[in-house]
Design a protein around this ligand. Structure first.
Ligand SMILES: [Zn+2]
Length: 94
């Protein structure tokens, strides 16, 4: 694994493979999206696939500060949905 694919979680600062992190991106028109493909163009931030990290950034509004944007509650719910989805998926594979 090369370092080029390492990204830092904005909540816990852990460096992980970017494909195991969730990417949040602010695209050109200012919209905030969850970048599931890793290909969206714009200012991006990464977070672990972990509810604890999500709760931390909600409390500190870190996503908003990094992306210089107001984060709608719905974005957090969407991220939560992605994390829960992944957890269920992992459990099914056990
Ligand atoms: Zn984290």
């Amino acid at each position: 694994m090369t370092k080029a694919f390492q990204r830092k979680c904005m909540a816990c600062n852990a460096k992980k493979n970017k494909y195991s992190l969730i990417r949040i991106v602010r695209i050109k028109n200012g919209e905030i999206l969850i970048d599931k493909t890793g290909k969206l163009d714009g200012r991006g931030a990464y977070i672990c696939n972990d509810i604890k990290c999500l709760e931390k950034v909600i409390k500190t509004n870190r996503i908003g500060r990094i992306l210089k944007s107001n984060i709608d509650k719905k974005i957090y719910e969407d991220i939560r949905g992605v994390i829960i989805d992944n957890e269920e998926h992992n459990q099914n594979n056990k």
